[in-house]
Design a protein around this ligand. Structure first.
Ligand code: FEO
Length: 401
């Protein structure tokens, strides 16, 4: 019977994770239309070592995989690269099942193991750059704080040149049968990986660059992240992608995001999009913020050099779906992109001032493209020309990138 069997990924390494096709919202926030994989790896030999666990909801199939591989042998160590419950959720159950198991983490892991699970014993702590031997197997650890939590780290298995990278190089999307990069639909994988990077890790793009600086010098034959496929054909490809995203390098496209109650602001956004195309911008995407998945919009904004925001005012404040977008962009600490603003109103012109405050608070992170527009109800007279001017200035700005 194959159901709940482990998947062999090398002579002594088995994938023992789970595919989550049931959770609707990751972190209670982000849609999972393609599910998500929680990868855990079991290394067998003179000692048996588990790398991370899974979300506790899936404990049954997870333990079935482990016990089938071990066939009565003990589990000796669990390396915990990350304590977020999508990976460490089953730790206390594993410890109860294998009372002699030793947990390997860093000082912050040990603190979190106490806080989350009241685990105080059998914890081995490692430092950044330290190499330890578990049985005959050597591991070097790279602490990668804030990618994605303070205790996050990556474990490099020296003999097999295998990097267990945790959230780094991970993505949304359950594995569709193909567990390796050479078996997977890489277009889907890359899209979901970038959506994970931007929305889960993006705020920590600078720490991600520091983590990459530690990882890149390693001689890596295979990358085993805690989400998404195992990268065995071309690990350097995924490292390059991550570097580009962490540096916030952009393509020369423009996102037009709007908030509109009765269609007047929508018409402005459509005019902007048309004018961008007429001015030679080939990548233009238009999003109605009341109906668009925030994580998809944010990913597109991360990818592109230009952003045009057009929003109505609502009860003398910024229209709530646009306020949510701005709050998310601010939280993600995006920088280096061009932004143009158009606020609309019926009687109290609040939307432009709130969006302007957002740009000013960024202290240079956003490069303002003029003119800023404030339009009462719907455009009239030369306001149409001003909309086109804003779009053509944006087109020129992204082409200069
Ligand atoms: Fe996949 Fe930060 O947990």
């Amino acid at each position: 019977m194959r159901g709940n069997n482990a998947i062999k990924i090398s002579d002594s390494i088995f994938w023992v994770g789970v595919q989550d096709r049931e959770t609707d919202l990751f972190e209670g926030l982000w849609n999972l239309p393609n599910g998500i994989a929680y990868n855990s790896y079991l290394i067998t030999g003179d000692v048996n070592i588990l790398i991370d666990t899974v979300k506790d909801q899936f404990i049954d199939s997870f333990l079935t995989r482990i016990t089938r591989v071990l066939s009565g042998r003990p589990l000796d160590y669990v390396i915990i690269n990350h304590m977020e419950p999508d990976h460490a959720g089953a730790l206390s159950i594993v410890k109860r099942l294998y009372p002699g198991v030793k947990i390997v983490g860093n000082a912050k892991t040990a603190e979190m193991a106490r806080d989350f699970f009241d685990i105080n014993d059998n914890v081995i702590t490692v430092k950044d750059g330290e190499t330890i031997t578990l049985g005959t197997r050597a591991f070097t650890f790279a602490l990668t704080p804030m990618v994605h939590w303070p205790e996050s780290m990556a474990a490099y298995e020296v003999t097999g040149k295998t990097l267990f990278s945790s959230d780094i190089f991970g993505g949304f999307g359950a594995t569709e049968g193909g567990i390796f990069d050479d078996e997977a639909d890489l277009e889907l994988v890359t899209g979901e990986m970038m959506r994970y990077f931007v929305n889960i890790v993006g705020r920590f793009a600078d720490p991600a660059l520091k983590a990459l600086a530690k990882i890149k010098p390693l001689d890596i034959r295979m990358i085993c992240p805690s989400h998404g496929p195992v990268w065995r054909r071309d690990p350097a490809h995924v490292v390059g992608l991550y570097e580009k995203w962490s540096r916030q390098e952009t393509d020369d496209g423009v996102v037009v995001a709007y908030g509109s109650m009765y269609g007047n602001t929508k018409a402005i956004a459509e005019n902007m999009a048309r004018a961008l195309s007429e001015n030679g911008v080939s990548r233009v995407s238009v999003y109605d913020m009341a109906r668009s998945e925030l994580s998809i919009v944010a990913t597109d904004i991360w990818r592109n050099a230009g952003l045009l925001l057009a929003s109505c005012t609502y009860n003398m404040e910024l229209y709530p779906p646009m306020a949510r977008l701005i709050s998310h962009l601010e939280n993600k600490n995006m920088k280096g992109r061009h932004v143009g603003l158009c606020g609309t109103y019926g009687w109290a012109g609040t939307s432009l001032s709130v969006m302007s405050d957002f740009v000013e608070r960024g202290k240079g992170k956003w490069k303002l493209v003029e003119p800023k527009l404030s339009i009462k109800t719907s455009p009239k007279g030369d306001e149409f020309e001003m909309i086109e001017l804003l779009a053509s200035n944006m087109a020129a700005a992204v082409k200069r990138q």
